[in-house]
Design a protein around this ligand. Structure first.
Ligand code: SAH
Ligand code: SF4
Length: 376
C-alpha cells in the first residue's frame, strides 16, 4: 500500500517528517505506507498529545520493529524556548527560537475560570496593518505546523500542573489565514478528541480578512472566528488594514455571515482597536451599529497597545466608554478587552519576536504611512 502524504512530503524533500503537527488523516495516510492500520495513528497521537511523550523509542505499545521503521522516516522535534518573561498580572510570554536567528512569541493569559494561549502563525506578517508591531517588522516565513503546535506543547509543559490551557487563540504574530496549509492540521488536532479535544468554540482564528480562506475554513474546520474590522468605513479601513483594498468590508462581511451560517448558533467576534482620532468617533460607532445590528456578531473593543515608533495613540478611556455605550444602547453585544501583559510587551499587537524582513519595509519608508493621520 502506498501513502500519498508520505510520498509527497518525504520524496520531495528527502527529509524526515516531524510527527508533531500531522493531523489524523495525514498520519493515517503516512502510516499506510508501512501497511499499518489506522489504530496506530491513534496510539501515536495519544503518546504525543495526551501522554506528552516525544521519543519514538518510549512508545511502548508499538513493536520494536515498527518503531525502527518509524524512525527511518519520522522524527519528533519541538522548537526551543529562548527565554520566558512573566508579567505582574501573571501573563507569561515565551520567546521561541525558530532558526536562522529568528524568534517568535507566544503568550499565556491566566484568568480565574480559564487559561488562554495566544499562538503565532508566521515569523512576522506581510499584511502591514498600520497599528501593529508585528506588521512593522515585515515578514520572513510561514511557521510549520510543528512550530505552531509546538507552542501549545511547550506552554502545556511550562505553565505548571496547577494551570490549564482551556482556550487557544491565533492572535500572536502573523496572519493565520495567510498560512492556511499549516494552520489547518493544527486546528484539526486541537479539536480532535484523539489529541487535545478542545471544543470548537474554544479555538479562535483571528484574521484581518482574507475572504477566500474564511470561506474555506467554514468547510474544513469551522472553529470560532474573530475578524479584525477596526472600522466600518472602507476609506478608513483601507488606510489601517491594507488588505481591505483587496477584500473590502462588504465582501468581508458577506463571508462572515456565510461562516456564521455554516455553524449552529455561532457568533463572529469583530475586533476593533481603539485609535485616538482615527476610528473612535460617535459617527464611526453609529456606522458600526448599522453594519452589525441584527447579525450574529459581537464586538471586542481593544485599547491600542503602543510600541516604539508608532504614530498612533490609544483613545481616551472616556471615549472608549462612550463608543461602548453607543454600541450597547443599540443592542449590540460588546466588550472592552482587558489589557494583559503590557509590562512585558505581551499585549495584543505588541509581539514582534526577531524577524529578518524579506520585504525590506521599514516604518519610516512605507508610503501609505507618511501622511496618515499626521494632522492629529
Ligand atoms: N493577523 C491576525 C491575528 C494577529 S493580530 C489579525 O490581524 O487578526 C491579533 C489582534 O491584535 C488583531 O485584532 C489585531 O488587529 C490586534 N492588534 C494588532 N496590533 C495591535 C495594537 N498595537 N494594539 C491593540 N491591538 C492590536
Ligand atoms: Fe498582520 Fe494581524 Fe498585525 Fe495586521 S494586525 S499586520 S494581519 S498580525
Amino acid at each position: 500500500m502506498s501513502s500519498d502524504y508520505l510520498k509527497k512530503i518525504y520524496y520531495s524533500s528527502k527529509d524526515k517528517i516531524n510527527l508533531i503537527g500531522l493531523d489524523y488523516e495525514q498520519l493515517v495516510d503516512s502510516l499506510s505506507f508501512f501497511g499499518e492500520k489506522k489504530y496506530r495513528a491513534n496510539q501515536i497521537m495519544s503518546w504525543l498529545y495526551q501522554k506528552n511523550v516525544y521519543d519514538i523509542d518510549c512508545m511502548s505499545n508499538i513493536s520494536l520493529s515498527f518503531r525502527q521503521k518509524l524512525k527511518e522516516f519520522f522524527f519528533i522535534n519541538l522548537p526551543l524556548v529562548k527565554s520566558m518573561m512573566k508579567s505582574k498580572d501573571g501573563t507569561i510570554k515565551w520567546i521561541i527560537d525558530v532558526g536562522s536567528k529568528q524568534s517568535i512569541e507566544s503568550v499565556f493569559i491566566p484568568e480565574l475560570d480559564r487559561g488562554t494561549l495566544c499562538v503565532s502563525s508566521q515569523a512576522g506578517c506581510a499584511l502591514d496593518c498600520a497599528f501593529c508591531s508585528t506588521g512593522s517588522q515585515g515578514f520572513n516565513r510561514n511557521l510549520k505546523s510543528s512550530e505552531i503546535l509546538g507552542q501549545v506543547l511547550l506552554a502545556k509543559s511550562l505553565i505548571g500542573k496547577e494551570k490549564k490551557i482551556t482556550n487557544i487563540v491565533f492572535m500572536g504574530m502573523g496572519e493565520p489565514l495567510a498560512n492556511y496549509k499549516n494552520i489547518l492540521p493544527v486546528t484539526k488536532l486541537l479539536v480532535d478528541d484523539r489529541a487535545f479535544g478542545l471544543s470548537r468554540r474554544k479555538v479562535t482564528i483571528s484574521t484581518s480578512g482574507i475572504v477566500p480562506q474564511i470561506k474555506k475554513l467554514s468547510k474544513d474546520c469551522n472553529v470560532a472566528l474573530a475578524v479584525s474590522l477596526h472600522s466600518a468605513n472602507n476609506s478608513v479601513r483601507d488606510k489601517i488594514v491594507p488588505i481591505n483594498k483587496i477584500h473590502p468590508i462588504e465582501e468581508l462581511l458577506e463571508a462572515c455571515w456565510l461562516y456564521a451560517d455554516s455553524t449552529t448558533s455561532r457568533q463572529i467576534t469583530f475586533e476593533y482597536v481603539m485609535l485616538d482620532g482615527v476610528n473612535d468617533s460617535k459617527k464611526e460607532a453609529k456606522s458600526l451599529v448599522k453594519l452589525l445590528q441584527n447579525r450574529p456578531a459581537k464586538i471586542n473593543l481593544i485599547p491600542f497597545n503602543s510600541f516604539p515608533g508608532t504614530r498612533f495613540r490609544c483613545s481616551e478611556k472616556k471615549v472608549i466608554n462612550q463608543f461602548y455605550s453607543e454600541l450597547r444602547s443599540a443592542g449590540i453585544i460588546a466588550t472592552i478587552r482587558k489589557t494583559r501583559g503590557d509590562d512585558i510587551d505581551a499585549a495584543c499587537g505588541q509581539l514582534s519576536g526577531e524577524v529578518n524582513d524579506l520585504i525590506s519595509r521599514r516604518l519610516s519608508n512605507r508610503p501609505f504611512r507618511q501622511d496618515r493621520y499626521s494632522s492629529r
